[in-house]
Write a protein that binds this ligand. Structure first.
Ligand code: PLP
Length: 375
């Protein structure tokens, strides 16, 4: 089966790449969308070989993500599979500098690897001097920006440069920002990972992950190592899941535009809601968090009151979801008990606001205030 894609003109914008990259070569009657290919093996002599080493749908998905991030992409069965593959670039007893706050299962994986000899130094990524000091002797700097669920942002260019100067690889989990809003490789980061389960696929119907490596000599060598890891450990994406991810990514730029506008408006209105103690919104992207007055019980009550928003883990779908993160035992104890993480979807913002504001007011009665204005 041919794996040749249509060659696009250079210099296209992300919105164009999301739509146009990874399309089949333009021959008479060639399909516009790559067909989903269910085959565990291929006739000998080509590059695919076997279902654990290649699939034409993988190639299409990888071409789009690679074009968007500006590197060489490798698809995995989940974000955690991609993260485990990126961490395979560190020797067993190597030294990793990692953020205080990050996706909880990433931190859990680092903890489990440290029980097996990996050395892990946790730092506040906002404190550049502390990160630079911690990088002494490090093999890898793990970055996440904005962080899940605290929405902290860091200076990726400065941190990537510091890692490079210290001889460490830098890896950025770009799940929250997406390549529409932030391209870490262009800021000097060596490796990008995504839970493509979230915004890239965007419809809460698949788990997928992707590792993207810089397209330079060192990056190509690391891409070969990550591909070997995928073949050896076998955490491969199914063809149907990858196809759904590809279908989702065609509208990534549109979804991000609407979800970001919704998040910004909700953040603005939440800031004056009497039931809200603090709003965390980095000023871009579709994720935000609120600390609710009244602690865990009040936050749980809000989750119980919403009728449009869905109380569920995960994020980045077209539908708006929220959850109190500290309900998970793995969550760092520095995440406030009352913190609700909100993933703004692409619905009408007035409907989202009405539901959220009503749930907040019902869960956290406030005196002498008649609630927020809807203007
Ligand atoms: C969800 C998530 C992951 C894990 O991805 P899965 O697809 O669930 O394995 C990693 N990083 C971040 C920031 C996430 O939100």
């Amino acid at each position: 089966m041919s794996d040749a894609h249509h060659q696009l003109p250079p210099g296209l914008a992300p919105a164009t790449l999301a739509v146009a990259a990874g399309r089949p070569a333009r021959e008479p009657d060639a399909p516009v969308s790559p067909p989903v290919v269910f085959s565990s093996t291929y006739a000998a002599g080509g590059p695919m070989v076997y279902g654990r080493t290649g699939n034409p749908v993988w190639s299409a998905f990888e071409e789009v993500v690679g074009a968007l991030e500006g590197g060489r992409a490798l698809v995995f069965s989940s974000g955690m599979a991609a993260i485990a593959a990126a961490l395979s670039l560190v020797p067993r007893d190597g030294l990793v500098v990692a953020p205080q706050h990050a996706y909880n299962t990433t931190l859990d994986l680092l903890d489990s690897r440290s029980a097996e000899g990996l050395r892990v130094r946790r730092v506040d990524l906002a404190d550049l001097d502390a990160v630079v000091a911690a990088l002494d002797g490090a093999d890898l700097l793990w970055l996440e920006s904005p962080t899940n669920p605290m929405l902290e942002v860091c200076d990726l260019a400065a941190l990537a440069a510091a890692a490079r100067a210290a001889g460490a690889i830098s890896v950025c989990d770009n799940t929250f920002a997406t390549p529409v809003l932030q391209r870490p490789l262009s800021l000097g980061v060596d490796v990008v990972v995504h839970s493509a389960t979230k915004y890239l696929a965007g419809h809460s119907d698949v788990l997928l992950g992707v590792v993207v490596l810089a397209d330079d000599e060192a990056g190509r060598a690391r891409a070969a190592a990550v591909e070997t890891h995928r073949r050896r450990y076998g955490a491969i994406a199914g063809p149907m899941e990858t196809w759904l991810g590809l279908r989702g990514i065609r509208t990534l730029h549109l979804r991000m535009e609407r979800a970001t506008a919704n998040a910004a408006e909700l953040a603005r209105r939440l800031a004056t809601h009497p039931a809200v103690e603090r709003v965390r919104y980095p000023g871009f992207g579709a994720m935000l968090a609120v600390e609710v007055r009244g602690g865990a019980a009040a936050a749980d009550a809000v989750s119980g009151e919403v009728r449009l928003w869905l109380d569920a883990t995960s994020l980045g779908g077209v539908e708006s979801t929220l959850e109190r993160r500290r309900r998970w035992a793995l969550e760092p104890l520095t995440v406030p008990e009352s913190l609700l993480r909100l993933s703004a979807g692409v619905e009408d913002v007035e409907d989202l606001w009405a539901d959220l504001a009503a749930a907040l007011s019902a869960a956290v009665p406030t005196q002498g205030e008649d609630g927020p204005s809807a203007s």
